[in-house]
Design a protein around this ligand. Structure first.
Ligand SMILES: [Zn+2]
Length: 185
């Protein structure tokens, strides 16, 4: 056998096992099939088979309904902002690619939620959509002038006057709850 060919084969097998490993991790975190298609190079058929094996059921059908609006509503915004703070930190301090960053950040976010005994409002599929919205500049981040935390905002937010949803919860929101225990600095 040709030496070069063996090396190429070895390399592609290694890559394939990485791809499978990534897909399995994402399925384990509850990702929809569209996320797997976006973040691995495996074929649709392959992913479908993996999904059924790992999740023990067929993936839910249909489009992802999420627009940028969800990320700007009060409590989801706090969760999504926490996610993006962790994501940006890891991106600056590691060489992970987007798929790996998504997995690592989502794991850390989930750990944080478990620690605070809060429901993780942000699903991994929504986290993936958020990552895409940030990359395509459909959402921005601004610093709260009261607490200095970094929060997700729409593009037209005036950074000079921005106050976050934790410092200024909507009038009807119960005090304490999700807001009191999360720190986004
Ligand atoms: Zn604030």
């Amino acid at each position: 056998m040709n030496k070069e060919w063996v090396q190429v084969t070895k390399r592609s097998m290694l890559n394939e096992s990485r791809q499978i490993d990534r897909a399995v991790k994402l399925i384990g975190l509850g990702a929809r099939l569209q996320v797997l298609e976006g973040e691995t190079e495996l074929s649709y058929e392959r992913l479908l088979k993996l999904y059924k094996e790992v999740a023990g059921k067929s993936p839910p059908k249909g489009q992802l309904p999420f627009s940028t609006d969800w990320f700007l509503t009060w409590q989801p915004n706090i969760h999504a902002s926490l996610f993006m703070n962790i994501f940006n930190y890891l991106q600056k301090t590691s060489l992970l690619d987007d798929g790996e960053l998504l997995i690592k950040t989502y794991e850390l976010y989930s750990e944080q939620m478990a620690h605070l005994e809060l429901d993780p409002l942000l699903s991994v599929t929504r986290a993936w959509r958020l990552m895409k919205f940030m990359h395509s500049n459909q959402l921005a981040m601004n610093t709260c002038k009261v607490c200095s935390g970094r929060f997700i905002t729409d593009l037209y937010e005036n950074p000079k006057y921005f106050v976050c949803g934790m410092c200024k919860p909507p009038a009807r929101a119960g005090k304490g709850q999700a807001s009191g225990s999360l720190q986004l600095q």
